[in-house]
Ligand binder design. Structure first.
Ligand code: SF4
Length: 480
């Protein structure tokens, strides 16, 4: 078992038993489904909208080379510098290089999961820069030195009291646990940071190939200030964020808001087309776009898994996932948690180390149903499981399947060893069931193991036929 798998198992066991934690998540997501369904009702046909959004992303991802080129040419024509980063290390080096060239000291950053993916904050802090998260949720988890808990709601696992306590300890200012007062505290701190910042870093929700523009969606206006006030702006995004046309945003922006947060549209939707142009009053003097691959092209090369690149990071699959709702976001131990994280992490970071995430699913399909771009998430999890078992089966799996195959293929062996042997074995199993001596302890410690039926269906059917022949169907338990 990999270290990540052992950690996952440990944390999942602890948090599943933590009723307070589960209650917090249920409360945080309590009204989500009601609001989401209300907003879905504002679409003329939500299922048709999903289909169009899926086709739009399919077109973008299947012609990624063309659309990325078009995007880069269009945005460079207005003075933006486009950088291509194959790996996380390259992306960090590019960004650190820009900071060094600008003699930057303070960096203000808006929410960007791609930055989490490449551990950008750690690299910048290590190099001596002061980095401040400007999204309120990210600001809170940064103060607590925690990673985001959820793709969209980074601090959803915290109570007001915990946030007040964090502000008191780290900022020395937390008049009450009133959310508005706490927001004002954060605002006062952040306004100063915006004014001091030399460089602003943002993520992006979409990159429009047709017009060469970055689209950023948010609810607080912090990304706008991050982009507008510092003299240099850097946008870091994955290469899969491209959409072909400007008009595609008319569909994907409301879908992102509806599926992710139960909103018809997010509070602020901004397009960035380059640095400040002559005659313009505001905007950065310099604009850099870093396009990150980091194994996305490897995913693209695998036709079976390719549609996982359609993801618009709305977080809807997390919100409905029974596993996420029990174990929480930090348990996954990776940037992208929940079903989409379980699908892409083994592909982006290595199947051997991360395959366990694909087993953390009940395969109920709620994620697939919730996904606005129709990613077949639960089937991708099955494919990951298949790939994992084919890639490197453990020694005990090899032996177990070697023994299982002849038994499963021979009716007599199955009947004698499994059915009758099982019935006999369960007499003694009762004595150790649920204890550490139980050979099925991994199962019985948390689940029931119902007894094997006294009579198999085949036996019952045979008996029924014999009884029917002798005119005693009813007595033998046949159909009445
Ligand atoms: S997989 Fe679908 S539901 Fe999950 S975050 Fe991505 S777009 Fe949203």
């Amino acid at each position: 078992m990999s270290r990540a798998a052992a950690q996952f198992k440990h944390d999942a066991r602890r948090l599943t038993a933590d009723l307070r934690h589960r209650q917090l998540i249920q409360t945080a997501l309590g009204k989500y489904e009601v609001k989401r369904d209300e907003m879905k009702g504002r679409f003329q046909d939500w299922q048709a909208a999903r289909q169009v959004a899926a086709e739009t992303k399919w077109e973008a991802v299947n012609h990624l080379d063309r659309y990325l080129d078009q995007f880069a040419h269009a945005i460079e024509a207005r003075g933006t510098k486009v950088h291509w980063a194959s790996t996380a290390q390259q992306a960090r080096d590019i960004i650190l290089g820009i900071l060094q060239d600008r003699n930057a000291r303070t960096i203000v950053k808006s929410k960007a999961m791609t930055a989490e993916e490449i551990h950008l904050n750690g690299a910048m802090e290590h190099a001596g820069y002061t980095v401040v998260e400007s999204d309120l949720g990210e600001f809170i988890v940064q103060l607590r030195q925690e990673p985001p808990y959820h793709i969209v709601f980074p601090a959803m696992h915290l109570t007001r009291g915990e946030i007040q306590d964090t502000f008191q300890r780290k900022l020395g200012d937390a008049p009450s646990d009133n959310p508005e007062e706490l927001t004002m505290v954060a605002r006062r701190v952040l306004r100063q940071k915006y004014l001091q910042a030399d460089v602003g870093i943002t993520g992006a929700n979409f990159a429009v190939a047709e017009t060469g523009m970055i689209s950023v969606t948010e609810n607080e206006g912090n990304a706008r200030l991050t982009a507008a006030l510092p003299r240099t702006m850097i946008t870091l995004l994955g290469i899969e964020k491209v959409v072909p046309r400007l008009e595609d945003l008319a569909l994907v922006l409301p879908m992102l808001a509806t599926a992710g947060a139960g909103q018809l549209i997010s509070g602020y939707n901004t397009m960035y087309g380059g640095p400040r142009q002559p005659g313009e009053a505001d905007g950065p003097e310099e604009f850099h776009v870093v396009l990150l691959d980091n194994n996305r092209t490897a995913l693209l090369a695998r036709a079976e898994a390719r549609d996982s690149l359609h993801c618009i990071r709305c977080g809807a699959c997390l919100n409905v996932c029974p596993i996420f709702r029990n174990v929480g976001g930090h348990t996954y131990g990776t940037t992208y948690c929940g079903p989409i994280g379980a699908v892409i992490t083994p592909n982006l970071r290595g199947l051997d180390e991360w395959k366990h995430l694909s087993y953390a699913s009940s395969l109920c399909g709620a994620c697939t149903e919730a996904c606005p771009v129709q990613i077949d998430l639960h089937h991708h999890l099955l494919q990951n499981r298949r790939n994992a078992s084919m890639a490197r089966p453990s020694w005990w799996q090899k032996i177990a399947f070697k023994l299982f195959a002849p038994v499963a293929n021979c009716r007599v062996l199955w009947s004698v060893l499994v059915t009758r042997g099982g019935r006999f074995g369960q007499i003694f199993h009762r004595l150790v069931k649920g204890t550490q001596l139980d050979p099925a302890y991994a199962w019985t410690r948390t689940r029931d193991l119902p007894p094997i039926a006294k009579e198999s269906f085949k036996e019952w059917w045979r008996k029924r036929g014999e009884s029917a022949a002798s005119g005693e169907v009813g007595k033998a338990g046949g159909l009445k």
